[in-house]
Design a binder for this molecule. Structure first.
Ligand SMILES: Cc1cc2nc3c(=O)[nH]c(=O)nc-3n(C[C@H](O)[C@H](O)[C@H](O)COP(=O)(O)OP(=O)(O)OC[C@H]3O[C@@H](n4cnc5c(N)ncnc54)[C@H](O)[C@@H]3O)c2cc1C
Length: 411
């Protein structure tokens, strides 16, 4: 019996509120705000997450064995709302922590024991070793291989667009473990240790002039057998679990403006911008602003619907709507900002933060429309799984992967 399952909603609300009042101080909030990092967690955030995990608020829907309280989905929402109202991070990870959720759902006990706590406390940095130069949208076409050798696997190949690889401790890796079966059936899923001689990480520069993702060259890297998730050759299924979490997170939000200005709601930002630029009376821009706000509101309702479906255990394909919608929202918002600024949007640099933000958001919108599966692939998923349209032809779906015709050099 989990400790909070008998609590009424009112008692639960009172408990979490009292805990936050006693533990979430202004000093901690300030320290976390000041130490924010793009990748990895600051010491201040880690220390706070440690407290949240200790108090069993980090993943309240999970069982006690895994730092949870066995709460229902609705009671989990109560906890999340209280944390959000206090501005405190760290709860709801039973819904949002892709790494820990995938490990809990499919991992072996030894690895779960070793990493679930550290993942909740953000003490380990992770990356996704999925895409390859010849396999992005067609992810099942990967050619990185993993071969069993005693109590470990030896991995060889190349990954690309790997966000955060430079500081990662582990990568969630898909690699081919059987070449004589059709492509989806010969893939396995691993937690691959990144800090080893067989892994070389080379940073790539993005259109935003940032450098968040990397090429990863893998040469005889060693992965312990206990780091296999799911059964051998069932990695495609494990990947679906991880992708569902990734898409749901990407559908919920995205990075804000680069200027660091405190971003408020879309409606406030766009209206304020139009007022400052003296174009608030322009009927076309007013229409555009209304459209951008409407997209965002609609997506919030759709995300709530998708979450309700997930809570009932229904397929998460509706989550694809959220990610696609977020991509459209981000492109549209950036376009409207640029239209409001007019020729001023061509300016750049710290003296022109409005233009800087509009340009950054325009370029950064591609993060959501490509990362985690492109808009076109999301549309295919929606067409096939939500609307029931005929599947795309896949000529290589049923032949042994070894016999698939390709222009990529054989491994
Ligand atoms: C910001 C960012 C972060 C990323 N982080 C990671 C990461 O951490 N780890 C990782 O493994 N990968 C990462 N990626 C890679 C990302 O998942 C791939 O870029 C994406 O899946 C597309 O693959 P690709 O680049 O090979 O494009 P391709 O698959 O070559 O696609 C090229 C174009 O063809 C279209 N296309 C392809 N197939 C179809 C089809 N069947 N129907 C219709 N159109 C199609 C695509 O939509 C796209 O417009 C990241 C990408 C971005 C942008």
């Amino acid at each position: 019996m989990s400790r909070a399952s008998n609590l009424s909603d009112t008692d639960l609300r009172a408990e979490v509120r009292a805990w936050l009042a006693a533990n979430w101080t202004q000093d901690k909030a300030q320290a976390i705000k000041q130490s924010q990092a793009v990748w990895g967690a600051s010491d201040a955030l880690k220390a706070w997450l440690g407290e949240v995990v200790e108090a069993r608020w980090a993943a309240p829907r999970w069982p006690e064995q895994w730092f949870g309280r066995g709460l229902s989905n609705d009671q989990g929402k109560i906890v999340e709302r209280e944390f959000a109202a206090a501005g405190a991070p760290g709860t709801g990870q039973c819904r949002t922590n892709m790494w820990a959720n995938t490990l809990l759902a499919r991992g072996q006990p030894a690895l779960q024991e070793k990493l679930i706590g550290p993942l909740l406390r953000n003490e380990v940095n992770m990356c996704l070793l999925y895409s390859e130069p010849g396999a992005g949208s067609d992810l099942a076409g990967i050619r990185t291989r993993a071969d069993r050798d005693g109590d470990h696997y030896v991995v060889n190949g190349q990954k690309v667009w790997t966000s955060g690889a430079a500081i990662a401790d582990y990568g969630m890796l898909i690699a081919r473990t059987d070449w004589d079966v059709p492509k989806h059936l010969g893939i396995s899923f691993f937690f691959c240790p990144m800090k080893q001689d067989g892994i070389e990480v080379r940073p790539l520069r993005q259109v935003t002039n940032e450098s968040h993702f990397n090429e990863v060259f893998i040469t005889d890297a060693v992965v312990p057998a206990e780091n296999l998730l799911g059964d051998l050759n069932t990695g495609w299924k494990v990947l679906q679990t991880a992708l569902a979490y990734e898409r749901s997170i990407m559908g919920e939000g995205a990075r804000g403006a680069r200027s660091g200005a405190q971003e408020s709601k879309t409606e406030e930002v766009l209206i304020q911008l139009a007022r400052e630029a003296g174009v608030l009376d322009d009927s076309v821009l007013r229409q555009d602003i209304a459209q951008a706000i409407a997209y965002k509101k609609l997506n919030a309702l759709n995300t709530a619907r998708a979450k309700a479906d997930m809570a009932q255990g229904t397929s998460s394909s509706v989550m694809s709507l959220g990610k696609l919608a977020m991509s459209r929202i981000l492109h549209e918002e950036a376009r409207v900002r640029t239209a409001i600024l007019g020729a001023d949007s061509l300016l750049e640099g710290g003296d022109y933060p409005r233009a800087e933000d509009a340009n950054f958001l325009t370029l950064n919108a591609y993060f959501t429309s490509i990362g985690g599966g492109t808009d076109q692939i999301q549309r295919n998923i929606i067409g096939e799984r939500v609307l029931g349209l005929p599947k795309e032809p896949e000529v290589d779906k049923t032949i042994a992967f070894r016999d698939v015709r390709t222009n990529v050099q054989p491994t």
